[in-house]
Design a protein around this ligand. Structure first.
Ligand SMILES: [Zn+2]
Ligand SMILES: [Zn+2]
Length: 250
């Protein structure tokens, strides 16, 4: 039985702030998620439009850290707006920002140091953020890109970030209670670029033994109903499609 206050300390949730693949579609947003765990708030991916949606769920002075998988604009462009908010309106310095080294190199010329406390993540590393243990694995993508496993107690979120099929989603480890996997491509376009189709996302999540699958990073021209159907066939069970404002408990 839960005692008063236990609900907040055991919460482990994923809220979608944006889920469009590679560019935002009409009224949509790039990649962005809020991971809340035990009152600790991490902004995972800062794609275009996601800073605005983030603030519907948590005020910026309550945000604890940001985690960015790679330097492509659809995952990080709103960091520039976060910088303006923190530096000129909230007076906040040394905001923890976890990302591959390449992101820091891309943004170095813009003098973000001092506002952001850059923390470089690399393949195989783990970091504790509040009650959550984050572990990063490098994926199959043209720039250094980190998939993530976020674990709290016996629950684990596996996030593919952007990847082609040459990286094995199972590298995030077993026991995933929720898999958030990119499905950028229509099946007919498999292999054209380093991304997955919904069919490949479903097969990857099944091979990893994930309990549940949420598709994300679907490109705006791709039919979401068809993507879901193909993923369910490959996954062997029900599949959800990420949409702005939806929340799942991990
Ligand atoms: Zn992307
Ligand atoms: Zn990318």
């Amino acid at each position: 039985m839960l005692a008063p206050g236990d609900q907040a300390s055991t919460e482990f949730s994923l809220t979608v702030l944006g889920s469009d693949g590679s560019y935002p579609g009409p009224g949509g947003a790039g990649s962005g998620y809020l991971v809340k765990a035990g009152g600790h708030c991490t902004w995972l991916e800062a794609g275009p439009g996601t800073l605005a949606n983030l603030q519907l769920h948590v005020p910026l002075d309550r945000l604890d850290a940001a985690v960015i998988s790679h330097c492509h604009a659809d995952h990080r462009s709103d960091l520039e707006s976060l910088y303006v908010a923190l530096r000129y309106f909230l007076g906040r310095r040394d905001f923890p920002l976890y990302a591959p080294e390449e992101l820091q190199q891309v943004m170095r010329d813009e003098h973000f140091d001092g506002t952001f406390d850059w923390r470089v993540v690399s393949d195989g590393e783990s970091t504790q953020l509040g009650p959550v243990r984050w572990t990063w694995r490098r994926t199959d993508h043209p720039v250094e890109t980190m998939a993530a496993r976020a674990q709290m107690d016996g629950r684990a979120l596996g996030y593919s970030a952007d990847t082609g099929p040459a990286w094995d989603f199972s590298e995030l480890g077993g026991g995933l209670t929720l898999a958030l996997v990119e499905a950028s491509l229509a099946t007919g376009n498999e292999g054209l670029v380093q991304h997955l189709s919904a069919r490949q996302a479903g097969a990857a999540a099944a091979a990893a033994g994930a309990e549940r699958l949420v598709l994300t990073h679907i490109a705006p021209p791709v039919d979401k109903s068809e993507a879901r159907r193909e993923a369910e066939e490959a996954f062997g069970g029900p599949v959800d499609v990420a949409a702005v404002g939806r929340t799942w408990q991990v």
